[in-house]
Ligand binder design. Structure first.
Ligand SMILES: Nc1ncnc2c1ncn2[C@@H]1O[C@H](COP(=O)(O)OP(=O)(O)O)[C@@H](O)[C@H]1O
Ligand SMILES: [Mg+2]
Length: 344
């Protein structure tokens, strides 16, 4: 019995020792952990505060430094508050680099455009003076001959005066076309859109050109019998049709025919001016709408052309927000076609 009591004591003792050791160990671990957690917690709070403060300060500093860049890009003064709200909730640096990149792209496109305009301006000026020079010098030649005694020579005086007048007419034609071109390019030509019958207009123009067509042995024909009402600037469209028809006569062949056709396209009508004249070569075709371009310089000059007619035609059609096209085959003929809004 005594042995049993002893062993119970021993067991209890050992359990209590184990309990003591375990509790002690756990408490030490907890204590140690608590000792680490507190500083870590404090450090975390500090780190967070530092992050917030430094983020705020750096952002403010960056915004302050980029202010002049933005003022330059937007070409106006900006307050810090305006800039800060512009970047609210975004990454300033990547935003600025994106905006700067697109600004630089826009600027280089603008520089390219300005350089192109400068080249065009120089070319245009050169072309204008060249075009004016020829009739002016010819005119001077006739006047000088008349002054040198030709005035009293009945054999030449009237003829030379007539020739001089032809050159004055040519100068007037160039100046008028130039005026139109500059108005169209500066977009100060307002369109006066109205409802009118394009078929009737074409017939009137064909009638008024009948003498000229006869002289070149070209027949002009308008193919539609039915009226087609369009909504466009009548005076300008008359200018377009006259230009195209006169070209078809001047660059036509004797015995040739020009047909004006109309193709119905739902809300639009396509007007086609088709001739079987001398045609335009493949190389020259893309250039016919350029100012002063002529496929055959001497023939165009002989016919009193300025080389500006098709440039004006294209401008007028584009001012109507429509398109003009040309198809041609050298020696066979040419078709100019453009669209207009129907009056519905
Ligand atoms: N119907 C046509 N057939 C052949 N060539 C044409 C026709 N229309 C225009 N061209 C060519 O396009 C050039 C430019 O035409 P345009 O601008 O009207 O000037 P131009 O005053 O010389 O008639 C003409 O010089 C001519 O070479
Ligand atoms: Mg012409």
């Amino acid at each position: 019995m005594a042995v049993k009591v002893k062993s119970i004591n021993l067991a209890s003792l050992s359990i209590s020792v184990v309990t003591f050791i375990l509790t002690y160990a756990i408490l030490i671990v907890i204590d140690t952990a608590l000792g680490y957690i507190m500083p870590a917690f404090i450090a975390l709070i500090l780190a967070f505060v530092t992050y917030a403060v430094s983020h705020f300060m750096i952002r403010k500093f960056v915004i302050y430094r980029i202010k002049p860049i933005y003022q330059m890009m937007l070409e106006r003064n900006m307050s810090m508050g305006e800039l800060e709200s512009r970047f609210a909730g975004t990454d300033v640096i990547s935003d600025v680099s994106d905006e700067l990149a697109s600004w630089a792209e826009k600027k280089s496109a603008e520089i390219y455009r300005l350089k192109e305009m400068e080249t065009y301006r120089k070319e245009f000026l050169g072309n204008v003076s060249h075009e004016l020079k020829t009739p002016l010098f010819t005119l001077q030649g006739y006047i000088l001959t008349l002054l040198d005694g030709g005035l009293n020579d009945p054999g030449i005086n009237v003829r030379y005066l007539e020739k001089a007048n032809k050159n004055v007419e040519r100068l007037i034609a160039i100046v008028k076309d130039l005026e139109d071109i500059s108005k169209l390019e500066m977009k100060i030509m307002n369109l006066n859109r109205e409802q009118f019958d394009i078929v009737a207009l074409c017939k009137d123009i064909v009638d008024s050109l009948s003498e000229q067509a006869k002289a070149y042995q070209v027949t002009l024909k308008v193919t539609s019998e039915l009226p087609i009402d369009v909504f466009a600037d009548k005076v300008r469209i008359e200018q377009v049709m006259t230009n195209l028809l006169v070209n078809s006569i001047k660059y036509g062949k004797p015995g040739g025919m020009t047909k004006v056709k109309f193709v119905d396209m739902f809300d639009k009508v396509m007007v086609e001016v088709e001739d079987n004249g001398i045609g335009i070569s493949k190389e020259n075709l893309p250039r016919v709408f350029e100012r002063f371009f002529r496929a055959d310089k001497s023939r165009s000059r002989e016919e009193g052309g300025t080389g500006l007619g098709l440039a004006i035609v294209k401008h007028i059609i584009e001012a109507h927000k429509e398109k003009i096209n040309v198809r041609s085959e050298l020696g066979k003929g040419t078709v100019f076609s453009f669209t207009l809004n129907k009056y519905l």
